[in-house]
Design a protein around this ligand. Structure first.
Ligand SMILES: Cc1ncc(COP(=O)(O)O)c(C=O)c1O
Length: 405
């Protein structure tokens, strides 16, 4: 049982009380690798005066990530965004216009399509996994389909085998956005080795912190070469443009140094993430009306994200629950909200309707996690949720009487 530290409604920060946490705790991972390791890798490029353009750390991190993901090639980029965009530009079927992607996902995904003059075609998700699957993608395939973007959700993996099978059967290129499944294995093998290619992020909020950055893994030598050219202006040699559409999307050496230090510490990080997850699981078990999304142990999860479902008997709306937690400096967030098809976008396609996404859109939220969240913070967070659970009716009345939210 958690200790309830607030006894009256007025003690809630949203009603003017003091925030329970002294500093904000967010849903960003913000993992800090060993500083000396980071300095060691940094010294290598600093001493070599090689700061960018395929320096020693970029070469090393690409080798090590290819090995980690059991893929032939790894190509790094300045961000996950450009890793995905350039991989799509290389893979999408020419003359076709649509990328199939889930609506319940990362909010900038349609912008990636827009940069490429392609249209997102939003598919539904499976109610049990919150992920796209062969069954939800199949109705979206048509004569305009240029590529399937298989996006893993925040907890556990999408239907990798099903997507690989449908893409092969219909001869459609398949790129995975595996930003949230870096560490995982599926029944068929290590994430990073599927489809035409897989894309990842090295943003500070992800499992591997490179301050920022991204990478693509693939077993296709031609694609690897094309992506290497595209990220570096399309140059081969000094000023010889051999592919159009190139840009400067290279990872620099300092970011590669941080990514290497993160990779060195990833197993220790996962052990710490697991401790936090087990702590949430133990404390939330006593609370009805809220369900923790459990990790699939068979996939060797990284336990990074904590997502809960507000069940029908939870007394407050998600927006009010998030507002109360945020006032306590607990930066919980609505899960992928709003779904992408809710935003008017003249270029997007959602012809089939998305009943599961609609039904689930308001139910899930991410709770604070990552490097700076302690067991005591988790006890405080679950304590506030417990207080909401017991006093929901009165909180609701007071919130809406006063027009606070
Ligand atoms: C699922 C997903 N894909 C892609 C990205 C883009 O990665 P980056 O921030 O490195 O551009 C993100 C970033 O949060 C993401 O969550």
């Amino acid at each position: 049982m958690t200790m309830v530290k607030k006894n009256t409604l007025s003690e809630l920060a949203i009603f003017g009380g003091k925030s329970l946490l002294d500093r904000p705790r967010s849903t960003s991972n913000l993992v800090q690798p060993d500083f000396q390791k980071f300095m060691g890798y940094s010294k290598t490029f600093f001493d070599a005066h090689h700061y960018t353009n395929n320096g020693p750390n970029v070469k090393l991190v690409e080798q090590r990530l290819a090995t980690f993901h059991q893929s032939e090639y790894c190509i790094t980029f300045s961000s996950g965004f450009w890793a995905i965009a350039l991989a799509i530009s290389a893979l999408a079927l020419k003359g076709k216009t649509e990328i199939i992607m889930p609506s319940l996902t990362y909010r900038r995904m349609p912008d990636i399509a827009a940069w490429l003059n392609l249209k997102p075609h939003f598919c539904d998700v499976d109610a049990a996994t919150l992920a796209m699957s062969a069954a939800t993608v199949t109705p979206c395939i048509n004569e305009n389909t240029a590529l399937i973007l298989g996006v893993h959700p925040i907890v556990n993996c999408c239907d990798v085998d099903g997507l690989v099978a449908i893409a092969a059967e219909r001869s459609i290129p398949l790129l995975f956005d595996s930003v949230e499944s870096v560490y995982e294995f599926t029944a068929g093998g290590k994430v990073g080795s599927f489809g035409n290619a897989e894309a990842f992020s090295l943003h500070a909020c992800k499992l591997l912190n490179g301050f920022g950055g991204g990478y693509v893994t693939t077993n296709d030598a031609r694609l690897a070469e094309q992506l290497t050219l595209l990220r570096g202006f399309g140059f081969r040699g000094a000023d010889n443009v051999v592919v159009p559409g190139g840009m400067n999307a290279k990872l620099n050496e300092m970011h590669a140094a941080m990514a290497l230090a993160s990779l060195d510490g990833v197993d220790d990080q996962v052990a710490r993430n697991r401790r936090r997850y087990v702590c949430y699981k133990r404390l939330l078990a006593d609370l009805s009306g809220i369900r923790l999304l459990e990790f699939n142990e068979l996939e060797r999860p990284a336990y990074k994200n904590i997502v809960v479902e507000l069940l029908d008997d939870w007394p407050l709306s998600r927006v009010d629950t998030v507002s109360i937690l945020n006032a306590e400096k607990m930066l919980a967030r609505a899960y992928y909200s709003p779904p992408l098809h809710h935003k008017a976008r003249s270029f997007a396609q959602t012809p089939a309707g998305l009943p599961v996404t609609e039904r689930l859109a308001e139910k899930f939220l991410s709770l604070p996690c990552g490097h700076f969240v302690s067991d005591d913070d988790i006890a405080d967070i679950v304590g506030i949720l417990g207080f909401i659970h017991v006093n929901g009716k009165q909180i609701n009345e007071r919130l809406h009487e006063n027009g606070v939210t």
